[in-house]
Design a binder for this molecule. Structure first.
Ligand SMILES: *[C@@H]1O[C@H](CO)[C@@H](O)[C@H](O)[C@H]1NC(C)=O
Ligand SMILES: *[C@@H]1O[C@H](CO)[C@@H](O)[C@H](O)[C@H]1NC(C)=O
Ligand SMILES: *[C@@H]1O[C@H](CO)[C@@H](O)[C@H](O)[C@H]1NC(C)=O
Ligand SMILES: *[C@@H]1O[C@H](CO)[C@@H](O)[C@H](O)[C@H]1NC(C)=O
Length: 350
């Protein structure tokens, strides 16, 4: 067996050597014979160019794969849509930016679509979400230079049935549309996520979350998603400004052991309640609107439930509303938690 193996290795090692010898013979023959004809040289150059082009990724999907696995910081500009034909490879690029810059037929600007084909994984830095959560746990506060960074700009992310982003790093999503994804677990999970001017509609399943996750939202809209809460996490925080949560079922935001702060945001017509703050979690709502959020009790009766507060085990700063709490719909686990609910603008920006 070992002898056979060695023989086959030697044979393959010989092949390039033979090719090299032939090349030397051919070219020296050429010189000896008074020079290669110009047409032959042109043909050889064209063949080289073709070989190089074949080695370089040409389709938009191949370019995306190459960017994801690049070793250097990369900015990829897409000018056409991508329908994934397999999982994206694990991300090795330390700092990847994907910017969509597509055109409609009549030349108007539009975002570029990345379609998950109803089965393929998006951007990941580990293959298993179990590993992901354990690693996050061990690495809390881990902010080293090697933490990967992903930025998605001007994209339409759709038809994912596996996570869109699951990386041990920082994620920025700007000016994106996230629709018609059905993901078990979370569509987006990372140490730190920032969503700006982005809209989530008609998705099924939790959209953003995990353990030890910080989520920053600015101008984010969550509308008509089901299978929520849209954002849910254990430890960490969600900080939102000028956001809107409308007609989501399963709730808008659910936090345990963490913090929630919203400024000038609205929560309208969500079922399953809007915000749930439980197990030593705290909340701050500055100039927020709550209307039409409901939940169904076990006996089938519907109640108004804008904010649920419960499960104080060891510590919670409670919930503060600026300027004041909604007239109805602040639901307490037990009546003796009433002192945790305050009308105060102390924690709100001036
Ligand atoms: C990646 O970065 C290294 C070090 O900065 C550099 O030497 C190399 O040429 C870069 N590779 C590419 C493909 O840009
Ligand atoms: C990552 O790349 C983006 C875009 O090129 C750049 O703005 C940003 O500063 C880079 N971040 C890091 C941490 O290198
Ligand atoms: C939402 O996802 C769940 C779990 O995958 C599935 O059972 C349910 O049918 C989906 N709902 C719709 C309306 O697609
Ligand atoms: C909320 O639901 C009510 C009753 O279905 C409807 O009249 C109202 O227009 C909805 N509000 C928004 C902002 O969708």
């Amino acid at each position: 067996m070992a002898g056979e193996h060695r023989t086959s290795r030697r044979r393959t090692a010989c092949a390039p050597l033979v090719a090299l010898l032939l090349l030397v013979l051919v070219s020296s023959g050429g010189h000896g014979g008074g020079g290669v004809k110009a047409s032959e040289r042109v043909a050889a150059a064209a063949a080289t160019r073709r070989a190089l082009a074949a080695a370089r990724p040409t389709t938009p999907e191949a370019r995306l794969r190459a960017a994801v696995t690049s070793r250097n910081a990369t900015v990829l500009r897409l000018t056409s849509d991508i329908l994934l034909t397999s999982d994206l490879p694990l991300m090795t690029c330390p700092n990847l930016t994907v910017v969509g810059n597509c055109r409609t037929r009549d030349g108007r600007w539009r975002s570029c679509k990345i379609d998950g084909g109803k089965k393929f994984f998006g951007f990941r830095s580990l293959s298993q979400s179990l590993d992901f959560h354990i690693t996050i746990r061990l690495d809390t506060g881990f902010h080293s230079g090697s933490t990967p960074r992903l930025e998605l700009v001007n994209l339409h992310l759709t038809n994912f049935h596996q996570p869109i982003v699951e990386i041990l790093g920082f994620v920025v999503v700007r000016n994106c549309l996230v629709t018609k994804n059905t993901v078990t677990g979370f569509s987006f999970s990372a140490y730190e996520l920032r969503f700006e001017r982005s809209t989530f509609t008609s998705n099924n399943g939790s959209l953003i979350g995990g353990m030890y996750v910080n989520v920053h939202l600015k101008g984010a809209v969550f509308r008509s998603n089901i299978g929520g809460p849209a954002i849910t996490f254990y430890q960490g925080g969600v900080y939102g400004e000028r956001c809107r949560f409308e007609a989501n079922s399963g709730g808008a935001v659910g936090v345990t052991h963490g913090g929630v702060r919203f400024i000038r945001s609205s929560f309208v017509n969500n079922s399953g309640g809007a915000v749930s703050i439980a197990y030593d979690a705290s909340g701050i709502f500055c100039h927020c609107e709550f209307a039409g959020n409901s939940d169904t009790l076990s006996e089938g009766r519907s109640i108004v439930r804008h904010v649920y507060f419960g499960g104080v085990v060891s510590w919670s700063a409670g919930v503060q509303f600026c300027k004041q709490r909604p007239r109805v719909g602040v639901v307490l686990e037990k009546p003796d938690l009433a002192s945790y609910i305050k009308d105060s603008c102390k924690e709100c920006p001036k």
